[in-house]
Design a protein around this ligand. Sequence first.
Ligand code: NAD
Length: 482
Amino acid sequence: MSLPTTLHGLFINGQWSAGPEHLRVINPSTEALLTTVNGGDAGAVDQAVTAATAAFKHWSQTTGAERGAILRKIAAGVQGAREQLMYLQSSNNGKPLFEAAIDVDDVVATFEYYAGLAEGLDAKQDSPVELPTDDFSARLRREPCGVVGLIVPWNFPMVTTAWKLAPALAAGCCVVLKPSEVTPLPELELAAIIARSGLPQGVFNLVCGTGLAVGAPLSADPRIAKISFTGSNAVGVQVMQRAAETVKGVSLELGGKSSLLVLADADLELAVEVACGGGFFNAGQMCSATSRVLVADELADEFLLRLKARAEAIRVADPFEPDVEMGALVNQAQYQRVLGHIDRGLSAGAKLICGGNRPADLPRGYFLQPTIFTDVPQGSALWCEEIFGPVICVRSFASESEAIALANDSQFGLVASVVTRNAEAADRVANALQAGLVWINAPQVIFAQTAWGGYKQSSIGRELGPWGLQAFQEIKHVIRAI
Ligand code: NAD
């Protein structure tokens, strides 16, 4: 599949155009230039917000059923372009094709789910409110909050977009989307699908570009009612500060430093699989990566032996190889950042069990071996900070309470995993963990019905489920004297 040498990076008011900024889009597995996207600047953001503001007058008045029908068309369009979208995800992000397929299926499920919620809105609109008096009546309306700005990262490009875009459209909001400048290709294809879905002009607008050229003016625009942002904490803070100037709502999905707890009675093979999935899926570039693995003393030696053997057997290769298990990191900057974490970990006295280097058979591309450390000092950056690469730190614990304390000892609180044969202990631990989502004896499965988001500095708000829709709605009560 070949790409044009340049692509228009703006979709505003139903029209494609080229912006003034040239974004070089790289294939991280080969380091070759894939294409150049002509992205936008503050002027393009202004046009996109103007178009969205004009479109809001009509779109906010459509019925939920009308919006649901369009969301279903988008879901069908994504399903129909599954192969193309998988190809774009793998070539632009470096993830294996089987992982790209999971992403596309997630996008379809998300649009379908919010289509269903949109269709259910009409019957619930103007629902009566029970009052403690007969002198007044009251009704509840949920209205779209307005024009919203969606800013997303590169690790799950289309998925993070769908988790915002589908509920925003379902609620009746108009949208300006800014994809990551590193991985704009999946969203450009998604925009082309949306353009064919029958959505009225101006309801959905896309402005590719860098954070400073596009993300910053979008966060500051006074006509934007809400910014929904997924990305790093450093940028999330800046977005929130800009949004504060005009008291915009913000939803933030930020970093994580999550733990897997392997209790003393755990099935070791299952624990190893969960550890590898939580640490090495998407080359560890997951906000939900369980980069801390806490193992009961009794199992620690045997678990580490098996984890090391499994990690060393993981096939790191080009994402299009048939038996690939782990692909490349997303770009040079991320590659260097992760190698820097590994170096600092070694300097801090951490013990490297395996990995830490480029695989010998892959001289080009941003490939890294699955990496495991033990003896990681608790105050070190490797233990405390998000690594966002295929790096796991293993530590043993003597008691359940120690494991919970270690897991909760973080500025983040996104997710956690527990592996144990004891259902009671699993629930006790899950209830004690400060995390928005806990998996018990399970891989990191995600459903559109369950919330995504975390405690502490991982998030503000929740995505998915009805909470994801409510994030784009205002609540209005109308009280009438009888
Ligand atoms: P990033 O913060 O560098 O960039 C995210 C987005 O913000 C990009 O589109 C970028 O262009 C834009 N941006 C950059 N500077 C900006 C500015 N000044 N104003 C407005 N927008 C700006 O993050 P990244 O490197 O793309 O992604 C990795 C980070 O995302 C990790 O920290 C990861 O934990 C986080 N993440 C969180 C979740 C979650 O659900 N909690 C999901 C995926 C990724």
